[in-house]
Design a protein around this ligand. Sequence first.
Ligand SMILES: Nc1nc2c(c(=O)[nH]1)N=C([C@H](O)[C@H](O)COP(=O)(O)OP(=O)(O)OP(=O)(O)O)CN2
Ligand SMILES: [Zn+2]
Length: 130
Amino acid sequence: MYELIVQTHFDAAHYLRDYPGDCARVHGHTWQVEVTLVGRQLDDLGMLIDFKEVKKAVKAICDQLDHRMINEHDYFQQRNPTAENLSFYFYHELAGWLKEHHPHVRVGTVRIWESPRASICYRADDDISA
Ligand SMILES: Nc1nc2c(c(=O)[nH]1)N=C([C@H](O)[C@H](O)COP(=O)(O)OP(=O)(O)OP(=O)(O)O)CN2
Ligand SMILES: [Zn+2]
């Protein structure tokens, strides 16, 4: 099994609806994003997927959020823009892209850092072996 990892970041504003504290006020983060893709099958070049392609796909998702108010994004109008919801959103956007373009590869995890000291990692339930 191969595990491919790419990291990137985006800067954006958000606020947490109904949060009992200062995070209910508009503020910003540099969100770090780490995506892990997994698969067994390599292409003729000996690659799981070209890093360049993965970076482009992750960037396309980040670009929808970068330098914006995340709460105004369609997906986050009804959901709080927490690291949990962001990791779920990235996971499923990438899963859709892989299904269409690279069906032999799946998303392993998406980790989102709100700060260097706090992150959330999402993986699909059936990957949990406990
Ligand atoms: N489980 C989660 N908890 C919190 C989230 C979240 O997405 N998931 N988000 C927030 C707020 O966005 C808040 O801005 C971040 O809080 P915190 O990590 O405390 O950030 P600080 O920069 O204030 O951290 P300090 O260590 O106090 O500087 C809150 N909780
Ligand atoms: Zn915040």
